[in-house]
Design a protein around this ligand. Structure first.
Ligand SMILES: *Cc1c(COP(=O)(O)O)cnc(C)c1O
Length: 354
């Protein structure tokens, strides 16, 4: 700390991302990255874009990405906002839709970036406990909140609410902005995108990081009514006009157009998830029903912290949260079948006293 720090820099508690270690080679199942590479068409598009044109600024509107996303979802390009990773899009939502002192609400157990953004932008928040079964309690959000932010599927539980539940929720909360973070929706949940036409209070946020295997390029987007999108554009253009670079824009367009590859890798991940879940259940693990590319699991015999450390010592990285109510769980990203076989073999060893 120094005398030059602002009160903001002094008072915030930054988000702590999952480890990206370089000390040895791990089987990396800790940050929900895709175990498969991006589509070959994406790599070709990146190569094409790696040329002298890099001297030129990118399109500040990322129009080609907006068009590709709007084609994919059959919505209007003006209903799409593109940003530098969905983390950035989520961050921009705070100054775009909330004043200092306004209140936002989200589940107590969810993506831990949400309270960090709220603190950074001076927005108050109320965190609502999950139900006993770890589902999001859609009936208990405070009536005086100006907005509600949920991840669907939720993280780190992987549990999704159905589209009918989401629609009821939107109907009951027409006076509130409902932001749904669909980072994991492509792994088996229902997207609420078809509802944006009917609900002006709905903003959906998605990312290319997980299901399209592009975490390294940082591309995310928001979908909603044109008035919501305009607020995001106004804030973004007051902060940084060129958030998405040329290479990322070219990659994003190729990724969204290659539906076959996308379906293939999402299908593989879902199958691996289900096989792994069955094996873990046979070993006595409690496995929450996941619609995401990770499993949230616990075991009566070994604590979450201990599982995390044992796996790390064995070269397998998973995520453990030292948070009340989930301290006994570990979150395991779904890797390849080979990686999951090694994981299951190690876990079986610990459980059976190896
Ligand atoms: C991974 C993740 C994000 C962030 O994705 P980026 O687009 O890589 O910034 C957002 N929300 C949730 C719930 C996530 O798990």
């Amino acid at each position: 700390m120094s005398m030059f720090w602002s009160d903001t820099a002094r008072n915030i508690s930054p988000y702590i991302p999952g480890e990206q270690p370089r000390d040895r080679k791990y089987i990396k199942l800790n940050t929900n990255e895709n175990p498969y590479p991006p589509s070959p068409k994406v790599l070709e598009a990146i190569t094409r874009e790696t040329c002298g044109d890099l001297r030129l600024y990118p399109d500040p509107e990322a129009s080609s990405v907006k068009n590709a996303v709007s084609d994919y979802y059959r919505i209007h390009p003006d209903e799409v906002f593109v940003g530098n990773g969905s983390d950035e899009v989520l961050a921009l939502c705070f100054p775009a839709f909330f004043n200092r002192g306004d209140m936002i609400s989200f589940p107590e157990i969810t993506y831990s970036f949400y309270p960090v953004f709220a603190n950074l932008f001076g927005v108050c928040y109320q965190a609502v406990p999950l139900n006993e079964d770890f589902t999001v309690n859609l009936d208990e959000f405070p009536a005086h909140a100006k907005g509600i932010l949920i991840a669907n599927p939720n993280a780190p539980t992987g549990i999704a609410a159905g589209l009918d539940e989401i629609e009821n929720f939107l109907k009951k909360n027409r006076d509130k902005l409902i932001i749904i973070d669909e980072a994991y929706v492509d792994f088996g949940a229902e997207s609420a995108v078809p509802l944006i036409e009917d609900y002006e209070n709905l903003l959906i946020i998605q990312t290319f990081s997980k299901s399209r295997a592009l975490a390294g390029l940082r591309i995310g987007f928001a979908l909603g009514n044109v008035n919501l999108i305009e607020a995001l554009n106004r804030v973004k253009n007051s902060f940084n006009s060129y958030t998405v670079d040329r290479i990322a824009q070219a990659a994003a367009v190729a990724a969204i157009k290659d539906k076959d590859y996308f379906n293939e890798i999402c299908g593989k991940i879902i199958r691996t998830r289900e096989t792994t879940a069955h094996k873990l259940v046979s070993l006595g693990f409690k496995v929450l029903p996941s619609s995401a590319n990770f499993l949230f699991v616990s075991h009566d015999k070994i604590s979450g912290g201990e599982l995390f450390l044992k796996l790390k010592a064995d070269g397998i990285l998973v995520r453990h949260f030292d948070t009340k109510g989930i301290e006994n769980f570990i979150r395991i990203s779904v890797g390849t079948d080979e990686e999951m076989d090694i994981l299951v073999e190690r876990l079986a060893c610990y459980i059976n006293g190896g």
